[in-house]
Design a protein around this ligand. Structure first.
Ligand SMILES: [Zn+2]
Length: 207
């Protein structure tokens, strides 16, 4: 992750992350070597936050070279002779079309989300013998999903597509479980364990 250095009349060095870039605000007199050291420390400490791939990055215009899909990292490759996005080994191959790469990839993720996320919803509705009234798939900033248990609305984050199938399955079950147990009570987790005994391991491996 690259950075932008801004010098200011300040006493301390400060860091911000914006649009996949680290903004470093450093005092006028601070030597460059020292700034570099602080940046390395910052990068080490916030490794996960700054390197984590987000589908939302596709909303930026900046092109990506790598991407996560179902827990696996892929390299992006452009190709003229194809018409649809496809996966080949470690590559996601994208046709060169009129719309920009990020937009076509984002649309691809949205379509995959409908297939995969709604598929898991169907699965759990059948097993738990309940119906949701509405399922919304969207890009969310802070949560994998949410549930309005009174209205039986389920919201799922499209970012889930960067995670493994196991984790997605758990999150969908988690949201449906809220229809039975609104809070994260002991009963709630007993309920989850009943249907997914290894749920704790699944959560841990995602961190
Ligand atoms: Zn919850």
């Amino acid at each position: 992750m690259n950075y932008e250095l801004i010098r200011k009349n300040t006493n301390y060095i400060k860091f911000k992350v914006r649009n996949r870039k680290i903004i470093v605000i450093a005092p006028f007199g601070m030597p460059y070597e020292l700034i570099e050291k602080y940046i390395q420390k910052f990068k080490e400490k916030f490794k996960k936050e700054i390197n984590d791939f987000k589908i939302a990055y596709l909303l930026d215009k900046e092109p990506l070279s790598e991407i996560l899909y179902l827990g696996k990292k892929y390299t992006l490759k452009l190709e003229k002779s194809i018409t649809e996005i496809s996966i080949k080994d470690n590559l996601i191959v994208i046709p060169i079309v009129k719309e920009d790469i990020n937009t076509s990839l984002l649309n691809w993720y949205k379509k995959r989300a409908e297939d995969i996320l709604l598929g898991f919803c169907k699965k759990w509705e059948k097993i738990l013998n309940i119906n949701s009234k509405k399922i919304r798939l969207k890009l969310m900033k802070t949560r994998w999903g949410s549930c309005n248990y009174n209205k039986r609305y389920i919201n799922l984050n499209i970012e889930l597509l960067t995670k493994t199938m196991d984790f997605i399955d758990y999150v969908v079950l988690h949201e449906y479980a809220h229809i039975f147990h609104p809070n994260h009570s002991k009963e709630f987790y007993d309920f989850i364990r009943l249907y997914k005994p290894n749920y704790e391991i699944i959560i841990k491996t995602q961190r």
